[in-house]
Structure formats: C-alpha cells, structure tokens
Design a binder for this molecule. Sequence first.
Ligand code: ADP
Ligand code: MG
Length: 698
Amino acid sequence: MHILSTPIEYLKGVGPIRSELLKKELNIFTYEDLLFHFPFRYIDKSNVHLISQINDSFPHVQFKGRIKKIEEKGNKRSKRLIAYFQDSSGVIELIWFKSIRWIKQNIDLNKEYIVFGKPSFFSGKPNLVHPDLDAMDGVKEDFMGLHGVYSTTEKLINKGLNSRAISKLVKNLLPLLENNIEENLSDEVLTKFKIPKKKNALINIHISKDLKILERAQKRLKFEELFFLQLHLLKSKQLRKTKTIGYSLTDIGENFNDFYNNHLKFPLTNAQKKVIKEIRADVKNNQQMNRLLQGDVGSGKTIVALLSMLIAIDNGYQACIMAPTEILAQQHFKTISQELKSLNINIDILTGSKKSKARKILLEELKNGDINLLIGTHALLEDTVEFSNLGFVVIDEQHRFGVAQRAKLWKKNKYPPHILVMTATPIPRTLSMTLYGDLDVSVIDELPPGRKEIKTLWKSDSSRLNIIRFMHEQIKEGRQVYIVFPLIDESAKLDYKNLIEGFDSIVREFPLPDFQVSVVHGQMKSADKEYEMQRFVEGKTDILVATTVIEVGVNVPNASVMVIESAERFGLSQLHQLRGRVGRGANQSYCVLMSGHKVSADGKTRLQTMVDTNDGFKLAEVDLKLRGPGDMMGTKQSGLLNFKIADLIKDNKILIYAREQAQILLEDDFDLSKSENINIARFYRPYARERMGWSRIS
Ligand code: ADP
Ligand code: MG
C-alpha cells in the first residue's frame, strides 16, 4: 500500500473517534485526503508588529515579548484572566474568559512568547481576547508565515478539531509524506510555466513563508488540476475520432439539393453556411461526429439541424431530433413537415402523449425503416424505441436534458449515430471548454439579417397601467403579446403574482369579444396545451398567458411584446430565453420585466443586465459570475465541475494555458510513451480510469 492511502486513524493526533468524524464530516479517509484538504483562506503571521504601532485598522497583530504579570479579575460570569504582555515599545492586555485555570498554569513569566490575535480597543487601549500564545523556543521556522484556515464543522469542533487543530494534524502529516509525493508534470512544463514541483506546492499550500510562495503553490496546483482534465478531454475526443466508427455520409443527394435549391425560404447566413460545412466535413469520413452547436436565441439553429438530417436521409439513414418539451416537439413537427412537404420523406412524432395504438404502429414503422425522420421528446429514450438504422441525432436545447439521459441516446444504436447537440443558452468559453471539452464546437455568431434589437424595460407595479395601455396599442397594430408568470399554484407564503389570478385580471383588461386570450401551463393536459398554443401560433388569440413551458424554442414571429411577471424570480438565461420569443419578425419588439420593489442585489444585477444587453454570450458571462459553474449548468451533483482548487471564473487564463499545453503534448506524444513524459503518464492512467464515463456526456 502506498503511504498516501494510509487510513487517517493512523496519523498522530487522530485516533478512532476523530477518524470516524473526519470521514463523516469532511470525507477525509486517508492521508492523501487530508493532504488535499486545502485551507480556504490564510492568516498572515509573517510580520511581527510593535505594540505601540497598531491601531484599529489591523485585522490581526503579532507581537514578540514577555508576560510581566498575570491576574484574575471579576467574579462568576465576569471572571477573566489578564496577562500584561510587554515588548520593546509598550504593554498590551491579553484577556481570557475561558480555560482560565489551564492557561494560568501554563504561562511562564520567564519565557519569551509570540502572541497572535485580533486586536480590540477599549477606551483607546488595545487588548487581545483569547489570543494564540506560543513560547518562542517551541516555535519552528515555518511558524512565522502564512497559516491556513481550514473548513471544519460543528461536530468536529466539539471534538477539538477546529481549524488550528486540523492545521496541527497537517503538520504531523507533511514530514511523513515529503518523500512520497511523486511529481506528475514533466520538467519541460515545470520550467516553461515556472511553477514549483508538486511536493513543494503541496507543502506550501498548507504552510508558506510568504504570499509569493503561496501564490506559486496555488498556481501550480490549479494548473495541474486543469491540465489533467484538459488532457483527458482532448485525448478522449481524439480517441473517439480515430477509434469510434461512424456512418460515412458521403453523398449530398436529392432531398438536400431539392430543399436547398427550391424550398429554402431565405438565404442562409454565412455563419449557418459555415456550420453546415463543418458538419458535412465531419460526417463524410467514417468517424462519428459529436458536435456542439452554440448559437444565440433566434440565430437559426433549426434549419442547420434540418439540412444535416437531410444529408443523413439522403445516404439512407434515419434521423431524429429530440426536444425538451412537448410543445417544442410539436412545433418542430409542424414546421419541419411543412417545409419538407414536397419531398418524399416520411416524418413522424413521438411524445409521451402518443396514444398506445398509434405508438405501436409508429414503433413498427420505425423499426422497419419506413420512418425517415422522427421528432420527439424524452419519449425517444424509452427502451421500446428501436430504429432500423439511426444515422443522425439532433438534441435541441440540450441544457434541459440531464447528462445521463444524453448518454442513453448514444447507446440506442449498434454503432453510434452522428450527434449534433444544440444549446440555446450561450455558454462562456471557459465553461464549454471543460463541460464540452471533448466535443467539437460550432458557433453561429450572427443573427439573420433585418432583426431589430429588442427593447427591454424594467418596470414595477406602479407602471402597470402604462404597460396595459401599451399592450392595447400593439394589439391594435396587429401584434401579439406574451405574458409569463413564474408560478401556477398559489403558494401560501409567497405573494408572487399567480398565473390564474393574473389570467383573470388580463381578461378583465382585454375582454371578449374584442380580445382573445390563450392560457398555457404545466398542469394542463397536453392536448389542451397544444390547442391553446396553436390558437396563438395561428394568430387567433392576441395574448398568451403562460408559465415557462413556452421558454424554449417557441416561434411566433408576429409576437412583439414579452411581459415577464415577477421577473426577479427568473434566472438570467431563462429571462434571455423568454425574451428570445419576440423579435422574430420584422416589427420592433419589446420585453417588459415586471418586478416588485424589493429585489435582491443579484436580482437587480440580472434585470439590469437584461436591460443593458441583448447579447447572449455577454449574459452568459454575467450569469456564470452570479451563479457559479455548477449551478449554471445544472451539473452541481455530477461532479464534473467540482475542482479541488481551480476556479473556472477566476482561473480562466490558467485554464486556457493548460488546454494549450495539453494539446501540444498530445500532438507530440499522444500515447504519453516518451521518456520525458513518464511522470505525466504514470499519473494519467489511473486518473483516466476514474473519469471514464464522465467524458461521455452526449
Ligand atoms: P434558434 O436558433 O433559436 O433555434 P430558429 O431556428 O427557431 O432559432 O430560427 C428563428 C427564426 O429565424 C425562424 O423563424 C427561422 O425561420 C428564421 N431564420 C433562420 N435562419 C434564417 C435566415 N438565414 N434568414 C432569415 N430568417 C432565418
Ligand atoms: Mg431552437
């Protein structure tokens, strides 16, 4: 057994009771776990101050001197021990309210001490309450430096394991490990990036003389963490490309050409053309494509998906597109059927609401290859769904699907189909590098021409009458309006606008027969939802009152106003998605964010950011800062973005550098078999084994 795997109970100062707690509370099972339990902040003990120098701007102070006198004052609850501590410049009182007897017994008036604490001032005179007191002769060289503060828990503290005690354990541990920490980077990388060896970094992350040394240690450990992840992602990507056989879609055939030349309603943007070329280049070889398509709301991803699927169909394969909601699947089915109606392609739809008889027929036709193009929801992932020869899969609005679900679709086939994953919410570059680091990425960075910038307003209840008047005007001009509510059930404690109540008041303001109002929410039967939605799509209703079921993908170009009630309750990407429902036609469009008067600081930032920009990539950056990567991508539980020390937001430069270095390394020595890369190879093998599956996210 390697010494790093030694169970934590063997460490001096731990024992059976504490070890149980360390396991339960902090997941520390072994020496290695403790070694990697890094401090979350540091206290600077590198300076010794003079008592006469300090004032209330010092967060912590440290003095060297002697105790001249001790005395107890007060009684019962006000009882305290006071030690008069003197250095060359003056005297300060050290005060204890607890453990008085023990401290009194241990203080030695003949000894030189170093005392550390947070000063407080009492009528202009400084004192230190419950300071750290250490005899100078017992102080080791490493004492005067930066001291780590460790996360701990109530239960651990009750058993004496506060941050200081954990720090002591680490100090017991480090000398045991010093000669057993193997370097896992090559000399070349170490010198190029000017970072310390792993051994030194791991020691200095716990104890370091000064800030410079600490920062170098942090940089090294962050780099290492990001480097191996990127190495793994890039290697998996490369492996998949060379090893995973995919269907070779060599022909651009009849359907594609006919549609492209005769039925396209608009010229493609350059960005769309570029992406289609990228996809085409991927699927031509017999390698499996795994491509992420990013593009802002309304950038025209659907047509790219459709043309790609036509390539697959022309080559004799089936294609499918999976959407996150029934409404969206229905919409894709309608528009795609419409667009392809003059082509000889058999299209069908499978959602949860498909009646069992029709479903049976569909499954039959799918299995024997009669259906060329299947559109659907999660229902596509059910075990009973079998294709005859699925060659191309599009996953729309993928951020709505869980990681495992996507993996399931991958397994659907004998050979993996080509996969095009589309996101509606732009993802900051550093995040997509990590989360989708093993995919190829295409970006549509251009909106179709002629789109007018959506005007976004942030209003409170006092402007409600104006907003209603404005809606009247827009409807009079023939436009349609969305009103979105965050909740559909009255929740006793929350006074958020309720959809049903909201619906009633809208109907009062916009009465029949002059106005028609649709309502759609999650608890309706899907047939009813579909009916109401369809009325709005066809322009039969003026207003659609809805919950967020309409968030993704719904396309009604005539709609020009999006009113979002209690907008402070929505996340940024959701708000941006909702706003993207308007501005799809030639008319000037508006997004009105209604909020209460009490909005949290983050809420204000979100709403103001919406007002300030329409750019999805900029919004994504702000969102990342507000929420952090795990929350933003819904991957908090998956562990994919759990780093020990790296921070995707703060360390993006290191990340980009680490990815570059990993790329350079792989180009030179893909198998890591060269002798100069032996350190990397030795560490990487078990690392990769542990991560198998994580990279297979799509
Ligand atoms: P998203 O990328 O959000 O999925 P869609 O594919 O739904 O966007 O496209 C949004 C709208 O833009 C649709 O009405 C679509 O027909 C239209 N559109 C797409 N590409 C173009 C283009 N090149 N020129 C004009 N309109 C386009
Ligand atoms: Mg879409």
